[in-house]
Design a protein around this ligand. Structure first.
Ligand code: IPD
Ligand code: CA
Ligand code: CA
Length: 271
């Protein structure tokens, strides 16, 4: 089993690898053409850069922990039986990336059994590496970070995502959105769930909520929020937010109030 010192060294390496692959992603962004973009489904895009970045990440991470398994967005390699598993999104915010909007990230989590023990979210354009390991604090580059201290929803800035791949429950989702607009300082939509979570961890937002996300969108960021002193749950208040579809991550102080609003306006369990 990896000890704390080994895990810290691995985390440093994951940050280094993310910066290296981030440079590649940034260079290729300028070379994108319409022909670089493939559609995986309604409003669900992928480019050769997502695929190549994932290949680079998998190869570099493989050398850090031999025999670790992977769950990755573009190849969706599932190796359930491994003690350690990397969960990787090579570009979180691909729609922003293809439009040249500089808000996209690399998201990497490491799980031991079913427990996340390391999370890295690298926001490429701003060179901001958010990271945390089990038993430690959360950091933005070399500086420790903490969730915000705001106590109530009405004083909070919230971030969310719209379910553009699955429009089935859009109306209820918008009802919740409208409610929150008049019961908070505002609701933002950045387009990268990993960045949304990292920004909750460092106090730029009080909370993030979205449904229909995948493990590679949330595993790293949710862990960083927790290590920064925040709380994460599904919409029943339980912990099925990595492999389930519902996620609420907040500073801990406003979570109950936001959870109640979600239940009142987006009541049924997401399917
Ligand atoms: C997406 C982003 C977005 C969220 C979507 C995700 P991708 O990931 O995290 O913010 O709203 O649900 O799929 O496709 O850019 O890796
Ligand atoms: Ca993603
Ligand atoms: Ca992605």
């Amino acid at each position: 089993m990896l000890d704390a010192v080994e895990l810290a060294l691995i985390c440093d390496e994951v940050c280094r690898i993310s910066r290296e692959v981030g440079k590649f992603i940034q260079l290729e962004q300028k070379r994108l053409t319409e022909h670089s973009i493939e559609s995986k489904g309604l409003n669900d895009f992928v480019t050769y850069v997502d695929k190549a970045a994932e290949t680079l990440l998998v190869s570099e991470l493989s050398s850090l922990i031999p025999n670790a398994g992977f769950i990755t967005e573009e190849n969706t390699i599932e190796q359930e039986d491994r003690e350690y598993r990397w969960i990787v999104d090579p570009i979180d915010g691909t729609t922003n990336f293809i439009h040249g909007l500089p808000l996209y990230s690399i998201s990497i989590a490491l799980m031991r059994q079913n427990q996340v023990i390391l999370g890295v979210v690298y926001e490429i354009s701003g060179d901001e590496c958010f990271h945390a390991i089990e038993g430690g604090e959360a950091y933005l580059n070399d500086t420790p970070i903490h969730v915000s201290k705001r106590e109530v929803l009405k004083d909070s800035l919230i971030v969310t995502g719209f379910p553009y791949k699955d429009a089935g429950r859009l109306e209820e989702w918008m009802r919740l959105f409208v409610y929150l607009l008049s019961h908070s300082h505002g609701v933002r939509r950045l387009g990268s769930a990993a960045i949304d979570l990292a920004y909750v961890a460092c106090g730029r937002f009080e909370a993030f909520y979205e449904y229909g996300l995948s493990p590679w969108d949330v595993a790293a960021g949710a862990f960083i929020v927790q290590q920064a002193g925040g709380g994460v749950s599904d919409y029943s208040g339980g912990d099925a937010y990595i492999f389930g579809k519902e996620l609420l991550a907040g500073n801990g102080r406003i979570n109950a109030e936001l959870l109640q609003a979600i239940r009142e306006h987006f009541s049924e369990k997401a399917t």
